[in-house]
Design a protein. Structure first.
Length: 398
C-alpha cells in the first residue's frame, strides 16, 4: 500500500538526518501526522490519540509508536519492519494517571537513547504541554531542543511523484468547483451544496478517487463573505448573494486548493472593481514567479500592482502547501508576505490566495502552483473571473 518507492522514503529520511546533524540533534520525535506520513507512509485517522515517529540519527529505520489497535495500520501502510512498530496498551488512552509519552520515554530508555539531544516539534497541533511534561519526566537526562518545522522544511521541495499526486488533486478540485457552482442557486440551502461538494471530493474522477481534504469546504455567502474562514449553514441562498467557495481536491493526502467568487444576480460596481483588482494582482504575481526570487518580492509585485486601486491587503497572499492532515493543508514554512526571505526553487508548491475582505463583502480568487525551472505552472485549469449567475425567472415566481 506504499504510495512511494521505499528508496524515496529513505532519501527523505537521509535529508532529515542531515538537518538533525546540523542542529546537533541525535533523536527526533515527530508528532505532526503529515511528517509521520512523509517519513514512513503511515496513514490513518488516529491522530486524535497521541502517536509519534522516532528518528534516530544512527539507525536505518524510524520507530513508529501508537495505540495498540492502530499498530496493524502501521504494518499495512508503512515501509517499517515489524520490530520498529511499537504499540502502547489501551489503558494509556485518555488516562489521568499515565500518558502515551511515558511509554515513548520507556522505549527510548530501552533502546539506549535516554540521554543526548532530543528534538521535539514544539508547535505542532498534536504535541501538547502534557506531552512535553511527560517526556521531561521520563527522560530527565535528555537535552530537549525545539525541532519545530525541521521536517516541514525538507518537505517544501516536492519529488516528481508528489507533483503527480498534486496534479491529480487538481483534476479533482476542478470538478469539485464546477459542482459547487452548478449547485449554488437562489432558494437552495448552503448545506445541500456542501453535501454535493463532499460527494465530488470523494468521488474524484473516473481514473482515480479522492481523499478527504485537510480543511472542510469554506463557503460563506452574503455579508459573511467579509471574512474568509466560515463554512456553511442551513440558510437558503438569496438573490444578490455574493458567494465565496474555497475548496480542495485531495489525492493520497496531497492537496490542490482553489478559491473562486460568484454572485447570484447582477454584481454591484464595488464587487466588480474589487474582483478586477484581485485578478490583475494575481496575474502580475504569477508572471513574476521563478526560481531565485523570494516570497517578499512576489508580495511586493502584488502590492504595487493593486496600490493604484486604493485597496489594501494586510495579510499574506500565499503559502507553501501539499501533503497534510486536518486542520490545515499549509506546510507552515514559506509564505508570500513582507519579510519572507525564502528563495524559490523548482518543485516548491504554493497556494496563491490574495483575498481582500471589506466590512460587508469580500472577494477570494486563488491559484495553486508549482515553481518550474523558468517560472511557474498552475495546477488547476479553471477560469479566473467573477462568476455571475442570473436567477431564472421561474425561480423568482415571474
Amino acid at each position: 500500500m506504499l504510495n512511494f518507492e521505499v528508496s524515496e522514503y529513505q532519501t527523505r529520511l537521509e535529508n532529515v538526518k542531515k538537518r538533525m546533524n546540523d542542529q546537533g540533534i541525535s533523536v527526533l520525535l515527530v508528532t505532526d501526522p503529515a511528517n509521520m506520513n512523509y517519513l514512513t507512509g503511515y496513514d490513518g485517522w488516529s491522530f486524535y490519540v497521541h502517536q509519534l515517529v522516532i528518528v534516530l540519527i544512527d539507525r536505518e529505520q524510524p520507530v513508529w509508536i501508537g495505540r495498540g489497535q492502530d499498530a496493524n495500520g502501521a504494518k499495512v501502510t508503512t515501509w517499517l519492519d515489524s520490530d520498529n512498530i511499537r504499540a502502547y496498551t489501551d489503558d494509556y488512552v485518555h488516562s489521568t494517571v499515565k500518558h502515551p509519552m511515558d511509554y515513548a520515554a520507556n522505549v527510548l530508555m530501552e533502546m539506549g537513547y535516554a540521554e543526548g539531544s532530543v528534538g521535539v516539534e514544539m508547535d505542532t497541533y498534536y504535541f501538547t504541554a502534557k506531552c512535553f511534561e511527560s517526556l521531561k519526566k521520563g527522560l530527565p537526562k535528555a537535552a530537549f531542543r525545539d525541532a519545530n518545522l525541521l521536517v516541514n522544511w525538507v518537505r517544501i521541495v516536492k519529488s516528481d511523484r508528489e507533483i503527480t499526486y498534486m496534479k491529480r488533486a487538481a483534476r479533482i478540485v476542478e470538478n469539485v468547483m464546477q459542482t459547487a457552482m452548478d449547485a449554488v442557486q437562489v432558494g437552495v440551502r448552503e448545506c445541500d451544496v456542501a453535501a454535493k461538494v463532499y460527494y465530488a471530493q470523494m468521488t474524484g474522477t473516473e481514473e482515480f478517487g479522492g481523499d478527504y481534504p485537510a480543511i472542510v469546504p469554506l463557503m460563506p455567502s452574503g455579508e459573511r463573505t467579509s471574512t474568509p474562514h466560515l463554512t456553511w449553514s442551513d440558510r437558503r441562498y438569496e438573490e444578490g448573494d455574493l458567494v465565496i467557495l474555497e475548496l480542495a481536491g485531495c489525492y493520497k493526502r496531497y492537496h490542490a486548493p482553489l478559491a473562486r467568487t460568484m454572485i447570484l444576480g447582477e454584481p454591484p460596481q464595488k464587487v466588480k472593481d474589487l474582483s478586477s483588482v484581485v485578478i490583475e494582482g494575481i496575474q502580475a504575481a504569477l508572471d513574476f514567479v521563478k526560481p531565485g526570487v523570494c516570497g517578499e518580492e512576489i508580495e511586493e509585485v502584488w502590492k504595487k500592482t493593486i496600490e493604484k486601486s486604493g485597496f489594501i491587503k494586510d495579510s499574506r497572499i500565499g503559502y507553501s502547501m501539499g501533503l497534510n492532515y486536518p486542520p490545515d493543508w499549509g506546510e507552515h514554512t514559506a509564505s508570500l508576505r513582507p519579510g519572507e526571505k525564502t528563495i524559490l526553487q523548482p518543485n516548491m508548491t504554493f497556494h496563491l490566495i490574495p483575498g481582500i475582505w471589506q466590512d460587508d463583502y469580500g472577494v477570494e480568487i486563488s491559484e495553486p502552483f508549482r515553481v518550474t525551472e523558468k517560472g511557474c505552472e498552475l495546477f488547476a485549469d479553471f477560469s479566473r473571473q467573477l462568476f455571475i449567475k442570473h436567477t431564472p425567472l421561474r425561480q423568482v415566481g415571474i
